[in-house]
Design a protein around this ligand. Sequence first.
Ligand SMILES: [Zn+2]
Length: 344
Amino acid sequence: MPQYPDLLKPESEQRIVLPSGLEVELPKTSPLFRKWTDPLPADTYNKKPVLEFNGEMVFAELAILRIFERDGWEGRWIDSFSNKYRIGYWGEDTTKDLPARQTAIPSWDSIRALANCEGGCFDVFCWRGGSVMFAEAKWKAHDTIRLAQRQWLQTALDAGIPLDSFLIVEWGFDSPRTGKSRPPLSKELQLSVFRRDGWICRWCNRPVIFAPVMKYLERELRKSGRIEPLSYYHAHWTRDGAPLLDELGAVIDHVEAFSAGGTHNKKNFATACNKCNGRKSATPIAEWNKRFQRKPIKGKYGEPQHWDGLSALFLILAQRDRSGLTASERDWLKVLGEAVADCS
Ligand SMILES: [Zn+2]
C-alpha cells in the first residue's frame, strides 16, 4: 500500500455492495480541505464547493488531483457531466486528453477505456510508473456512491484492477469544530514567521526555500538561452517538476492544527518544509511529536544565523522584470522590500 500520497493515506475502508451482490471494501481516506475565502468567481459549476489548495482555487476533484501530482503522478479529473478530461477548471488549457500510450502500463488501452466520461468512472484517474489509481471524491455527509459507479467498479474489478488502485476520498472542511474557515494569512505575517524561525523547518530543522525564487531563477536561465528541462519550479511543487520545492518549499504550519482547535495567531504558527507540512497535515501536535517527525538535522558547528530562504535573491530577480509578476508575487515584492528597508 505504499503508493498513496501522504495526504491521502487510507485510514479506513468503505464497504460497497456491487450490483452482483458481492461486497468489497475500498480503501478510504478522510482529508480536510480549506474553504476558498476570497470572493468566488461567477462560474462555480452549478454551486460546487470551492476549496483552496496551496493557494489555488479548486474543486475537491482538483485538490485530490493536485495531491497526486505533487507525488509524481499524472492524472485527470474525469468530469462526466461535461464529458471532459480536466486538469483545471478556471483559466486556459484546463482540459487534456488521456495519452494514447503509456509504455509502463501494458494494459493501458483497457484501463483507458475504463477511464471513460460516460461510464460512472470515479472522479480522479491517475497513473505513475506501472500503477494506476481511481479516486472518488465524496463530500462528507453530502454525497453517496451512485449505482452507475457501483456498476463501473464491478467492471473495473472484473478487468483485474486491484483493490488498492481505488480510493474513496471522503473529504470535509477543515474546521468542523467551529464551522468557521480559517482566515488567510497576510504576507507580512508569513514573512515575520519565516524570519522569526530563521527560515528553518520547525520539525526537521532543514533550511527551507522561498518558493517564488525558483521560478525566477528558472527565468534567468531561460533568458540566458538554456533550453533543457530544469525542474526548478512547478506551480504545484510536484516531485518531478520541482524536486527541491517538493522537499524544502517554505510553508506556514499550524503547530496545533486549526481543525483540532489550534488558534490562528503567530504563536501557533511555525515555519515548515513542504515535506513535514504534508506529513503533519491535521495530526494533533502531541501525536506528531510521538510518531511522525523526520529526524531533526543537527549542525556540528552550530545553527545557521544568516539563511534567508533565498528571499533576497527573489527581490533582485523579480525586480529585473516586473511584467510577468502575478498579483501574489507583486505582494511579496512589496512586503520583502519593506522588510529590507526596515533592516537598513
Ligand atoms: Zn521539515
